[in-house]
Design a protein around this ligand. Sequence first.
Ligand code: RP5
Length: 163
Amino acid sequence: MSQPQIGIIMGSKSDLDVMQDAADVLKELGVPYEITVVSAHRTPDRMFKYAKEAHGRGIKVIIAGAGGAAHLPGMVASLTHLPVIGVPVKSSNSIDGWDSILSILQMPNGIPVATVALNAAKNAGLLAAQIIATANENITQNLIAYKESLAQKVEESAREMQS
Ligand code: RP5
C-alpha cells in the first residue's frame, strides 16, 4: 500500500477486534492507512509523539478507538489540527459502553471529536474515506460504488420478500 493517509490507533490490542472494521472498509475503498496501538494513559509520550508527527508523515485523518475512560481520541485531538474520529469501544469492564461513549462524545467546545456509535469502527472508516474523498476522485468513485451496492442489497431484499 502507498503512503498512509489515515491513522487508525487504539488504546489496547484488545480493541483490535472492533477497530479492524475500520481497516477493512478502508482497504475495500482503496484508502491507504496505518494501524497501531497508542495508549493515552499507559504510553502518554507515545501518544504525544504520534499526534504531533501525524501531519508531517502525511496522515490526513486519525481514527482513535478506546474503551472505559476513553480519553485517547480527545487527547489526540488536543494535540493536532487533523480531524479525529472517535470510536467508543465496549471494553470488558464497561458499564454497557456508556463510559466509552460519553468520554469520547462529550468533548468541550474547541476540541471536536467526530464520535461514531458504540463499536462502529466501520462507520469511522467510511467517514474518514469521505473526508479524504473531498480531494480524491478515485476514492469518490469508490464511495459512490459502495453506496450503490448498499442500495442494491435493499432492492434485492425487497424482491426476495415479494417472491
Ligand atoms: C482502554 O482500556 C483500551 O482502549 C481498552 O478498550 C480498555 C481495556 O484495555 P486492556 O486492559 O484490554 O488492555 O485503555
